[in-house]
Design a protein around this ligand. Structure first.
Ligand code: PHE
Length: 337
């Protein structure tokens, strides 16, 4: 029986030393329930009581040795696998990367941010207000009572009789004045709505930027100076500003503001339709009724306000002749800017 055990051990070791041997199959063959070692142990009954512990001990030793060899092989196989992976999955960090195409700001966002930057540079802060607005802030607080004809030019979408989609960013003026002690110096950019059909210069949704300054002793001169600085920043050092008398219910006096055409310098061209001037915004001195309505004493304070269309500024600055291009999101168009 000793010889049988020794030969099992040798055969198992030999099998394990073969390259690419199947470790699990060897384990089953020698150590499994129906394996060779188990068969020997079953035959122990035939041994004498003296022989039994000696052979028993020997059989255990053989089992332990084969088990140890198998465990070692397992370890070796594992580390060989890791080494193989390390070899095969080597990463060359010096290879050039795969370029990722990064987008950029939409032209409209870029122009809006440029406009914001100009006014932030003059000490303005940004104020925001709701797009779904009360009739009160959009019209009444701005000196536009229910039957005022100005409502016709700013027809919008109504949620209820009293709630609408704001037709201008001017309601933010009223909201800010209502809860801010002057001095006030804000701009409020944002979406506005009007029930206009879509064409090259109209859209039911567009963007405006409102400006408001209220303090003691603010004059039309401050308005002019502010808008001149703005115009030069946006369209170049030589840009001139012209005020034309106009009417807005919430400012008095009111003006439409033209810039000298930055394409022809004022001589007259296609962009300015031969005029030499381009209308860019509406402005004026805040009407005393509006100040009073918002809790500011017009005997103590005065202010100016202005508003411009962000789309219009973008179209002019980048010589685009159709507003719809800004909303179609065609990257062939947008990637040019
Ligand atoms: N909110 C006006 C409009 O949409 C523009 C404006 C703003 C005019 C502020 C004067 C002062 O027509």
């Amino acid at each position: 029986m000793k010889e049988k055990l020794l030969s099992i051990k040798e055969a198992a070791m030999a099998a394990l030393s073969a390259p690419d041997c199947d470790i699990e199959a060897i384990r089953v063959q020698y150590l499994g329930k129906k394996g060779e070692l188990t068969a020997v142990l079953r035959g122990m009954g035939a041994l004498t009581p003296e022989e039994r512990p000696i052979i028993g001990q020997m059989a255990n030793d053989v089992r332990a040795e084969i088990e140890e060899a198998i465990a070692k092989m397992g370890e070796a196989a594992k580390s060989a696998l890791i080494e193989k992976k390390l070899r095969e999955e080597k990463l060359d960090v010096t290879q050039p990367g795969i370029p990722v195409s990064v987008g950029h700001k939409h032209l409209l966002a870029k122009v809006q941010h440029d406009l914001e930057d100009i006014f932030i540079g003059m000490g303005f802060t940004i104020a925001e207000g709701p797009e779904v607005e009360y009739d009160y802030y959009n019209f009444q607080a701005l000196n536009i009572p229910p039957d005022h004809p100005a409502r016709d030019t700013q027809d919008t979408f109504y949620i209820t009789d009293n709630i609408l989609l704001r037709s201008q960013t001017s309601p933010v003026q009223a909201r800010v004045m209502e809860n801010t002690e002057p001095p006030i110096r804000i701009i409020s950019p944002g979406r506005v709505y009007r029930s206009d059909a879509v064409d090259a210069t109209h859209s039911p949704l567009f963007h405006q930027m409102e400006g408001l300054v209220v303090d003691k002793g603010i004059t039309m001169g401050d308005l002019k100076g502010t808008l001149e600085i703005f115009a030069r920043h946006l369209f170049g050092e030589d840009t001139k500003v012209r005020f034309r008398p106009h009417h807005f219910p919430f400012t008095e006096p009111s003006a439409e503001v033209d810039l000298s055409c930055f394409a022809c310098g004022g001589k007259g061209c296609r962009l300015c339709k031969g005029e030499g001037w381009i209308e860019i915004l509406g402005a004026g001195m805040v009407h005393p009724n509006v100040l009073r309505c918002c809790g500011i004493d017009p005997e103590v304070y005065s202010g100016f306000a202005f508003g411009l269309g962000v789309e219009r500024a973008a179209l002019l600055k980048y010589h685009i002749d159709d507003m719809r291009l800004l909303y179609e999101n065609d990257v062939r168009f947008l990637s040019q800017f």
